[in-house]
Design a protein around this ligand. Structure first.
Ligand code: SAM
Length: 449
């Protein structure tokens, strides 16, 4: 490339933004630049031109950031597959990137009041608390964390993934973020023995459960075997979670939702329980409960005198949850869409579980990436729980849900941002909210009993 190549302009890279890119300016226009670091001077390949902004990849680094490292997954670099947007940065720099994005998103979308609430929790001069690494990620370089990966088979029968922001499938040779048990399956590469077991376009899910053998599903089914005299093909896996309330065992559908990071299940269980406070005898509503990862420890924590009413939209997940909690009669596991009417209904169910009392002591919610949304948050606040624990996997959705809760009288008591997706831009957070004027010294549950 010549130094003044107009097809590959040079920019100074600005701050990171939500979505895994940095913001730069070119002739007054905003350009979202991937594969760069704040403060770098880079040459661009423009990948998308819109009226109000462009997208581009940094294809040559003219002045590298001190945070830049050789990518741990070059196939996710410029022009490559999605899912490793920060793989060219040292892990502490990735977490600082995420902290800046979280701070910016909370202020921009949540508003000044939310940003101020969060800054008050962060202390000193920080806008948000630091993003915490989990498990052995520091020692492992953030690699081999994912117990679930999704692949798509290319036209010539190789395992691939989608090119960034595209429907084109690119074959991949390596997936260093996948658990070593998935790596050992040998799914990737031209010489993979699996190539005769799937067809072009098939979706391949590889699962490395915490107990037992890994599982591969092709279009949701166990792949065809030459000889099938062995036991019935498996579609489920067993997961074991060692948590603060002891060992928890689950059976989960292979293609159902389960936390992806190998340490996420126990980290989230422990953080949610800690944020929920003393649950002994409590009435708990849980929204978006999946196959019961959080329901089981909540049921244990409330004990025989308490109740947990959960609501989940996926029928297979509810079936799994019912199996996982079959010997816990204090759990009422509802199947249905989480919407304002359903929230009111589960609120009434949990209130009816004890005569003469009002709403739930605690609401726990772990919505999908889009968040719960203002209507659901409003309905939840109207139940007047003593405490809310919100697990969020998207900062913009977190900002919206916190703003809606604040409008209805609930303020942040704690916020724990977590790095459950190293080498990607994703941020997880566990937030505890309490009613405005809540006295931290008095136990939440006592106020509503
Ligand atoms: C982030 S997962 C959390 C599940 C569980 N807490 C866990 O950690 O395994 C979100 C769950 O919400 C469910 N879900 C998504 N949208 C929903 C809706 N509108 N109503 C009910 N459930 C929904 C999904 O099926 C999924 O199980």
């Amino acid at each position: 490339m010549s130094p003044d190549d107009p097809a590959h302009p040079v920019v100074e890279v600005g701050p990171p933004a939500h979505g895994g890119h940095c913001v730069a300016r070119l002739d007054g226009r905003v350009v979202f630049v991937r594969h760069a670091a704040p403060g770098e001077r880079v040459r661009l390949a423009v990948t998308e031109r819109r009226a109000t902004f462009w997208r581009a990849d940094a294809v040559e680094v003219l002045s590298p950031s001190p945070d830049r490292v050789p990518s741990v997954w070059p196939e996710s670099g410029p022009g490559g597959v999605g899912g490793g947007e920060l793989a060219h940065l040292a892990l502490p720099a990735q977490r600082e990137w995420k902290r800046r994005v979280l701070a910016d998103t909370l202020r921009r979308i949540g508003g000044e009041a939310i940003a101020d609430d969060v800054a008050a929790l962060a202390g000193e001069d920080d806008a948000v608390p630091p993003v915490e690494p989990v498990g052995q990620d520091e020692a492992r370089g953030g690699l081999r964390t994912r117990t679930r990966i999704d692949l798509t088979v290319t036209e010539d029968g190789r395992a691939g993934m989608y090119r960034q922001r595209s429907h084109e499938v690119l074959p991949i040779e390596h997936m260093p973020l996948a658990h070593e048990a998935i790596d050992d399956l040998g799914l990737l590469g031209e010489r993979s023995p699996w190539r005769h077991r799937w067809r072009p376009g098939a979706r391949v899910e590889a699962i490395a459960p915490s107990a037992g053998e890994p599982l591969v599903l092709v279009d949701g089914e166990p792949p065809a075997r030459k000889r099938s005299r062995s036991a019935l093909p498996r579609r489920n896996v067993r997961e074991i979670v060692d948590s603060a309330v002891g060992r928890l065992t689950y059976r989960v559908s292979g293609s159902g939702f389960w936390q992806v990071h190998r340490d996420a299940p126990h980290v989230l269980v422990d953080l949610v329980l800690a944020a929920a406070g003393d649950l002994d005898g409590a009435r708990v509503v849980e929204l978006y409960s999946g196959s019961g990862l959080l329901t089981l420890p909540l049921v244990r924590a409330v004990g025989h005198a308490g109740t947990v009413v959960s609501l989940e939209g996926d029928a297979a997940a509810v079936r799994d949850a019912r199996r996982n909690l079959h010997d816990h009669p204090t759990a009422l596991l509802r199947h249905g869409r989480v919407d304002p009417a359903a929230v009111r209904e589960v609120g009434e169910t949990v209130a009816g579980a004890r005569t003469g009392s009002a709403g739930p002591d605690v609401v726990v919610l772990d919505p999908p990436r889009a968040g719960a949304g203002a209507d659901v948050v409003t309905a939840m606040c109207d139940l007047r729980p003593g405490r809310v624990v919100l697990v969020a996997c998207d900062p913009a959705a977190l900002a919206r849900d916190l703003a809606a809760a604040r409008e209805h009288g609930y303020v942040l008591e704690s916020l724990r941002p977590l790095d459950l997706f190293p080498h990607t831009h994703h941020i997880e957070a566990v937030a505890a909210l309490v009613p405005v004027g809540h006295d931290a010294a008095s136990r939440t549950i006592l106020t509503s009993r």
